[in-house]
Design a protein around this ligand. Structure first.
Ligand SMILES: NC(=O)c1ccc[n+]([C@@H]2O[C@H](COP(=O)([O-])OP(=O)(O)OC[C@H]3O[C@@H](n4cnc5c(N)ncnc54)[C@H](OP(=O)(O)O)[C@@H]3O)[C@@H](O)[C@H]2O)c1
Length: 427
């Protein structure tokens, strides 16, 4: 009773106060004003060498703001020897092209020698779309010139360098292909996500896996699998570099949930009765947390298996005003979704929230970046030098046993015989 009264008063206060707080307070010239937080002088090899970055869900919210941040810095750095190609991966090409045009206009058509935006369709709910994305990526992103020494290698001119043989040890950094014909993907930002997208849980028509879990977790696993040769190409082509995998996480990932559970309909019987809407909403949010934790487990396991080829990190953006609160969060009353989604008090603009993603991307030593004050504030990196299993992610350790168990199950369910072994033709 007392709790209900407190929540009621809080909601009413927000409803009255929110419309009077000027959004501009937070939004205006944000990128310019906050250079002190994440200095433009921040040195990263991404601005010193040609780099390709892919961002999923790049048309909206945090994904869009992450692209903005990168473009902003590429232009400021003015280093044409380090052109950045940013692949904007979006579910809808219409929204993707609009987002790209918005950025190009905002920066007055940036010099193509500094940064290029490539739009590609990607629906993480569809294996076919993920596969198609990975094929298109091969022709839409730059390959480095072959090294001069290769001329002396008689096997180098084309077909002969297909080293499928040396991939038997999946715990080493050997891979399916090792050549300069594969365009490297230096950074992958797994940002796209849904949160309670349906009032009740729904299941993928082909795989039977719960949709939210499928989009957030399974979709990104499949994506990584299909672009694996591009990720591995980074270190193969330049041994001084490693690929970077950034997982956009969520505070809920630290809840005591188990990503091994809740995959299929039989594990999630819908609630009935008077409390059903609330209980179903809780199940929905639990699934969201499971999907996010699954992503973190996957990244941790990937890092453990391929330590010489890639580094991974998690970015927890905090409470950020994006469309996700209105398009998702089913079960919450509509007025509350709008209040939470647009409330400027204690929340951050997408540009602010995306600074965690930016810092996770640029600082290869960061394992976890989150807002300073739990869900709000400038980005702080913690867990430097640890691995993701060591508890850096959201300050709560998870064991290698658990990440391995999830990895094994996922690979088995998806029918992947060998992770990263591509089944498409790149050329
Ligand atoms: N906002 C926050 O407070 C907050 C806090 C913690 C974590 N996060 C995380 O931040 C990430 C970005 O969310 P956001 O807040 O920026 O929300 P958003 O503006 O709604 O962005 C979500 C993005 O994911 C895309 N997406 C959804 N389903 C997809 C699918 N099946 N295939 C490909 N892309 C799909 C959306 O595309 P469409 O536009 O086509 O729907 C959109 O581009 C999410 O992973 C979310 O969990 C957000």
């Amino acid at each position: 009773m007392i709790l209900q009264a407190i929540v009621g008063v809080l909601v009413l206060t927000l409803a009255v106060v929110v419309p009077f707080v000027p959004q501009q307070l937070y939004e205006e010239n944000y990128l310019e004003k906050t250079q002190h937080i994440l200095s433009l002088d921040y040195s990263s090899e991404l601005f010193e060498k040609p780099t390709t970055v892919a961002v999923t869900g790049a048309n909206s919210g945090l994904g869009f703001a992450s692209v903005q941040h990168l473009v902003h810095r590429c232009i400021a750095k003015k280093n044409s020897a380090a052109k950045m190609t940013i692949v904007m991966a979006c579910r809808s090409m219409e929204r993707c092209d609009k987002a790209k045009n918005d950025i190009l206009q905002q920066y007055n058509q940036p010099d193509a020698a500094l940064v290029e935006l490539v739009t590609l369709q990607l629906d993480l709910a569809s294996k076919e779309s993920i596969q198609k994305f990975s094929v298109e990526l091969q022709n839409k992103t730059p390959r480095p010139p072959s090294p001069p020494t290769e001329k002396e290698d008689p096997e180098e001119e084309g077909e002969e360098n297909n080293n499928d043989e040396d991939t038997t040890d999946t715990t080493s950094d050997s891979t399916t292909t090792s050549n300069f014909a594969v365009p490297p993907l230096h950074v992958m930002i797994n940002n796209a996500g849904v949160a309670a997208p349906y009032p009740q849980l729904e299941y993928h028509p082909a795989y039977g896996i719960e949709t939210q879990f499928h989009v957030n977790y399974i979709g990104h696993v499949l994506l990584t699998h299909y672009v694996w040769s591009n990720i591995m190409a980074v270190n193969q082509q330049d041994p001084t570099r490693k690929a970077r995998l950034v997982t956009v996480s969520e505070g809920g990932a630290r809840f005591p949930v188990d990503p091994m559970k809740g995959w299929y309909a039989q594990e999630n019987t819908p609630h009935t009765g008077i409390l059903a809407p609330i209980l179903n909403m809780v199940t929905n949010m639990k699934q969201y947390a499971r999907s996010k934790q699954g992503q973190l487990f996957f990244a941790a396991e990937l890092q453990a298996l391929y330590p010489d080829s890639l580094t991974t990190s998690a970015a927890q953006p905090g409470y950020t005003r994006t469309p996700i609160y209105v398009s998702g969060f089913h079960g919450f009353p509509t007025f509350l979704k709008y209040i939470v989604g647009y409330n400027p008090l204690g929340s951050m603009s997408p540009e602010q929230g995306a600074e965690t993603i930016l810092l996770s991307t640029l600082d290869q030593t960061a394992q976890y970046v989150g807002p300073k004050w739990f869900f709000f504030g400038p980005p702080v990196a913690v867990g430097r030098g640890d691995n993701l299993n060591a508890g850096s992610v959201h300050h709560r350790p998870f064991s290698r046993q658990r990440t391995m168990a999830l990895w094994d199950r996922t690979i088995k369910v998806l029918g992947i015989a060998e992770f990263g072994k591509k089944d498409y033709v790149t050329m």
